[in-house]
Ligand binder design. Sequence first.
Ligand code: WTA
Length: 635
Amino acid sequence: MTNKPKNGNGSEIFEPAAEIVKNANVQEYEKLYKKSIEDREGFWAEQAENLDWFKKWDKVLDDSNKPFYKWFVNGKINIVYNAIDRHLKTWRKNKLAIIWEGEPGDVRTYSYHALDREVTRFANVLKSMGTKKGDIVTIYMPQIPELVFAMLACAKIGAAHSVVYGGFSVEALAERIEDANSKVLITADGGYRRGKIIDLKNIANEAMKRSPTIEVCITVKRTGHEVFMENDRDFWYHDLISIPFANNKCETEIMDAEDMLFILYTSGTTGRPKGVLHTHGGYAVYTATTHKMVFDIKDDDRWWCAADPGWITGHSYIVYGPLINGSTIMMYEGAPNHPYPNRWWQMIEKYGVTILYTSPTAIRGLMRFGEAWINRHDISSLRLLGSVGEPINPEAWKWYFKEVGKEKCPIMDTWWQTESGGFMITPLPITPLKPGSATKPFFGNEVAVVNNKGEEVKVGEEGKLVIKSPWPGMARTIYKAPDRFVETYWKEFEKQGWYKAGDSARIDKDGYVWIIGRIDDVIKVSGYRLGSAEIESALVSHDSVSEAAAIGLPHELKGNAIHAFVILKAGLKHNKELEKELKEHVKNEIGAIAKPEAINFVETLPKTRSGKIMRRVLKAQALGQDVGDLSTLDD
Ligand code: WTA
C-alpha cells in the first residue's frame, strides 16, 4: 500500500497506509453510506444503541414540524451518564479521562473516577446555589480542568451551559449573559497565555456591571493574582467545593432526549450572536459516533483536540464525544509556541499522544517556525491527524502530513459548524485523501452544491453548500429566536427543505467536496468565527465613529483578517493615534481575535437603496476584483 501521492486529474491523491486500513473501526465507506441514506433512521438507531438510555425512544425521527426536527422521541438520557457514570461500572473507572498541562508547566490528571468526584461535588454546589433544571449557567474560563467540570456539572443536574470563549471581552460576555438571562456565572481569576495573565475576573466584573442578571459568581483560583470580589455575589470555587454535601453523591438527572444541553453563541450574518441550541440525546449520539468512526478511536488512544472548549470544537470533541467514548483526553492551557515553538511536540512526546486535531491556522503558525522544532522530539506515537475551522491550503496540508505525520498519519479534514454539532463532511481513515478537500459526507448526510434556484451546479462549479437531510446533531433552534433559526438556515431553500450552510463549495468528478469559504458576513479569523455586525457595532460604540463596515480579507497565517472602513463623526480628523485607539477599542469590547488588521477612514460607504452596506463591494474593491452587479447600489 502506498501513502505517496498519486496524480489524479489535477489534484494529488494520498492513499491510506495499509496499517491504518487493516485496523480501522470502519472498513468500508460506499456500502455503509448507501445503507445509511436508504435507512437513515435505522443507521442512527443502531448508533444510539451504543449509548446508555434511562428509557429507549419511541421513534427515531419526528419530522412533522420541519425544520424543528426531533430525534429519539421520548427517549430518556443524560449525556453525563454516558460521559462519566457508565464508565465507573467498567475497568475505565481507573482509566485517565483528562491529562491537563498548564502553560507554566503544571500538570493535573483525572481518572474517570476522579472526574466523577469533581463533577459531582460541583454539581452539588450549583444545586445549593439554587441552579435548577432548565437554567442557563454562563461559563467564562481559561482552558483549565474546572471548565470541563463546570460544563459537566451543569449537564448532570439538567441545567444548560453557555460557555463564552475566554478570549472574548466585556461586551461580548455581557451580551451573552443577558441573552441567556444567566443568574450564575463561573469564571476564574485568570489564565495564562504567552506567559501573561489574562484577567478574566476583571472582565467578568465589568460585564456584570453591564448585564445585571448575575446573582452568583463562582471564581476558580488559577493564577492567585488579586481580583475584586463582591460580597454576597462572589464566591471562591475552592471554598464552595470544600463543603461536603450528601456524601459527595448526586444523582444524574433524567433528561428527555430533546432537553436543552447547552447554548453556544455564534456569529451570523446580521445583528447579535445567536445562541445555537443543542440537546442531550441527538447531540450525544452524533458526537460520539462521528468521533469514534472518523478518528478511529481505540481504548489505548490519547486524544488531543487542541481547540478551546469555548468553541463548538471543544464542546463536541474535547468534552462530550471523547468522554462518551471513554477516551483519554489531553488538554493544554496556553500558546503553542510558549516558551518555545516545540511546546506541542514536547507534549505529544511526553504524553504519547496518538491523535492530534487542530486548525489550519495553528498548523501554518507552527510551520513558520520550521520542522527543526519537531525533530527535537520523538512524536512517533501519532497515528492520525485532523484539521478543522477553515479550508486548509494544500501547502500546509502537505507540511502537516510530512513533518508531523511522517507520511503515515492520514489527515481528517473535517467540515462542520456550530449548528451541525459534529462532523458533516469528512474523510475516514480509509479514505484516499486530496489535500484541501474535506472529501465526502459522513453517514446519513446528503449534501449538494446548488445555485440560487436550488439546482445542482455542474461538476467542479462553485455554488451554495446545502444539506438535504436531517441529522441527530443538528441545532434544534436559536435560543429565544425560532424565527431567526428558520430565516437564517431554512428559508432560502424552504421548498426543498434543505439546510443552507452559509459556505460556498464545489464538488469534483470523484464526488469530493471542496469548501471555498463563507458567502455571508461571517468572517473566519484564525478559524474563529466572527460577524461583521459585531465588529461594526463595537466600532460605532466609540465616540468618534459615525458609521463602520467590516470585511475579511485573505491573510497568510490567519486565513482571513479583519479590515474595517470607518466614517468619523462630522468635523473629526483621522490620524494614526485614532486608528490605534479604534483597534484597541474593538479588542476591549469583543476580544483580541476581533481586533482589525487595518482601519480605513472613508467619506462614504457603498449601500443599497434600503441602506444596507454592500460589503461585497468593499471586498471586491480591496482585492482589485470586478465589483459585479451594482444595480442596487444607492448613488
Ligand atoms: C468553516 C467550526 C473548510 C466553514 C467547527 C464553516 C471549514 C465554519 C472547515 C463554521 C473545514 C469549518 N474546511 N472550512 N474543514 N471546518 N469550516 O461554527 O466556513 O466555528 O461554515 O464551527 O467554519 O464555523 P464554526
